[in-house]
Design a protein around this ligand. Structure first.
Ligand code: GLU
Length: 608
């Protein structure tokens, strides 16, 4: 999920790789490392500058690989940083992604006498390649043999002491590109580290590998079939390369939502038994099964994801669930009973101070605290008793998008897991697992409609204020929509349960006022329509979010209608959130605001 850069050629690799790592820093990372043939490896936790300070002047050579790590398996320490190697230190590997079956492979390798230094999945892959790399073999054949045994995702670059002038790269669902220079060849996870050296690039596709030497490069399949790949010329400057050509990180990250959901679900669904497997909760499952009360705490958008989770867990388990703002929970009298209450704490960064303090307070009372965190090894990940990682990938835009969706997805997984322990039947479990597995594909469809959302956003970008209204499962979505609009477009927006509007807020409705109404075809559909009637009767403008097939039905009621594909009502919030995030983005774009860094806000809020 983070950065890779490699070089082989006639120049000195060390400055190319270190500058490459600096160019990759924009992604966010927790540690960095470099391997150069003939010089060895060096790694550091923390900043690339710490690695640069540690490198001796003699760290020289013409072939090497380097990495910025964004931990998924094992804390962000020096030992866990890449490159990883085998016991003999013959194979050196940098890796982005996740080897899902690393535990099984590791157990097999241990039987053969292998020992491991780190907690990473990557080290296991290095050892597997080394095992395949028998005396008569070439590095690329060993890599191909090893990759045939792994499940998961990878973008890798591999070097070896036996063939010191060679890099082998490969990809599966984690990007890798080659740079064709005049004095050497480059490999990288995105264009930023190589743009200074060359604009001629070759993109690897899934299950392809590349073999780079000072004399040339080859791209093959894992079965050695040689491929003729097109060399493309990059038009991007560094900044647009960081954003993959999108104007803002926020837009890039919304476009990554389907991948984020896919990575959140990866390896966690058990379709045959309608169950969910969350490795991070395994040790506490008996206590989860015993729970009589669930509390979820978070701040900001994570709090709205928590509210979506509250409804799902309650619906599927029948256990009472409540959400409490972290900044409130820590000062309230504790009523949570350590014997049967579980506290879930949600934070993208894992550093949110309010949430951390709420966790500490709950732990003082002996409560079992479970984290839902995106950043591995963060404070919340360390201080909670157990938890689930989002695996949504780094998020740079201050306004959270893909991470919120991933949080909602994790809570949906937790709801199914707990549901199956609390009377949710096998057929219902099977149906829900099937439905959730389709969400990446459906999210992709929602994103395809971004141009229409942009058109509509233009129309409303002058509104002085907005209501976001939703009922039942769509109630938290309304809050997420409103906070997003506030954060980046600076338009005053308020969310309400749609039924609550008539108890006061309706006084604000007048012709210029916008109401965004969540009205998908769910159990609340007719009620939501009535609420639209009430707004209509007072001349307010309405943007309705519905499900496919209901557009016509709402045309007479709403000024504009956006629709998402149909799915069961429990998971619809994951889809209806997406057009609201896009809407906020396009309104802010129209208003020419600094979208990725809105005024007064910080990405990770480490103050009280
Ligand atoms: N799964 C690997 C690790 O945790 C790769 C992390 C990354 O993509 O940066 O070390």
């Amino acid at each position: 999920m983070c950065g890779i850069v490699g070089y082989v050629g006639s120049r000195s690799a060390s400055p190319i790789l270190m500058n490459g790592l600096r160019a990759l820093e924009y992604r966010g990372y927790d540690s960095a490392g470099i391997y150069i043939s003939g010089a060895g490896a060096m790694k550091r936790a923390g900043q690339v500058s710490a690695l640069a300070d540690a490198l001796p002047a003699s760290f020289e050579g013409t072939c090497g690989i380097a990495h910025t790590r964004w931990a998924t398996h094992g804390a962000p320490t020096e030992v866990n940083a890449h490159p990883h190697t085998d016991g003999e230190e013959s194979v050196w590997l940098v890796h982005n992604g996740i080897i899902e079956n690393y535990a099984d492979i590791r157990a097999e390798l241990v039987k053969d006498g292998a020992t491991f230094k780190s907690d990473t999945d990557t080290e296991v892959l290095a050892a597997l390649i080394a095992k395949k790399y028998t005396e008569d073999m070439l590095l690329e054949d060993a890599v191909a043999a090893a990759l045939k045994e792994v499940r998961g995702t990878y973008g890798i670059a591999v070097a070896s002491t036996r063939e010191p002038e060679k890099i082998v790269a490969a990809r599966l669902a984690s990007p890798i590109m080659l740079g064709i220079g005049t004095d050497g060849y480059y490999v990288a996870s995105d264009a930023t580290p190589i743009l200074k050296h060359t604009r001629e690039v070759v993109y690897l596709d899934d299950r392809e590998m590349a073999i780079l030497t000072p004399d040339g490069y080859r791209v093959t399949t894992l079965s050695k079939e040689v491929l003729q790949k097109e060399v493309e010329t990059l038009e991007w400057d560094i900044e647009s390369a960081q954003k993959k050509g999108y104007e803002h990180f926020m837009l890039k990250e919304m476009m990554e939502i389907p991948d984020a959901i896919e990575n959140t679900l990866r390896g966690r669904l058990v379709p045959a038994s309608g169950e969910v497997n969350l490795g991070g909760l395994r040790d506490v499952l008996p206590r989860i099964k015993n729970a009589k009360r669930i509390v979820i705490t978070a701040c900001g958008s994570a709090f709205y994801a928590a509210q979506a989770g509250e409804l799902l867990i309650e619906e599927l388990t029948g256990i009472p669930v409540e959400t409490v703002l972290a900044s409130e929970l820590r000062y309230r009298r504790n009523t949570m009973d350590p014997n049967d209450t579980i506290l879930f704490a949600i934070s993208q960064s894992g550093e949110t101070l309010d949430t951390l303090e709420a966790i500490r307070e709950a732990k003082r009372h002996g409560i079992l605290v479970l984290g839902v965190v995106n950043v591995v090894g963060s404070s919340i990940a360390r201080e909670t008793d157990a938890g689930v990682y989002n695996h949504a990938g780094p998020e740079i835009s201050v306004a959270s998008t893909k991470a919120v969706i991933s949080q909602m997805t994790v809570l949906a997984l937790i709801a199914i897991l707990m549901g199956r322990n609390n009377g949710l039947s096998l057929p219902d479990g099977e149906r829900l697992v099937k439905e959730i597995a389709r969400l990446p594909e459906l999210a992709r469809k929602v994103l395809e409609g971004h141009e229409k959302i942009q058109e509509i956003a233009k129309k409303y970008s002058d509104t002085t204020g907005a209501f976001y209204l939703g009922r039942k499962f769509q109630y938290p979505v309304a809050y997420e929509g409103a906070i997003k609009l506030k954060e980046i477009s600076y338009i005053h927006a308020e969310a309400y349960g749609a039924g609550e509007m008539k108890h006061g807020p309706i006084a604000l409705i007048e012709p210029a006022f916008l109401s965004v109404v969540l009205a998908p075809e769910d159990s609340m559909y007719e009620k939501s329509k009535s609420n639209m009637q009430e707004i209509r009767a007072r001349g307010g403008r309405i943007l309705a979010i519905t499900t496919e097939g209901k557009e016509e039905d709402l045309k007479g009621l709403a000024d504009d209608v956006l629709s998402v594909p149909k799915t069961g009502e429990l998971f619809l919030p994951i889809l209806t959130t997406i057009p609201l995030q896009l809407f906020a983005y396009y309104v802010a774009l129209r208003r020419e605001l600094p979208i990725d860094k809105p005024r007064n806000l910080a990405k990770s809020v480490t103050v009280e």
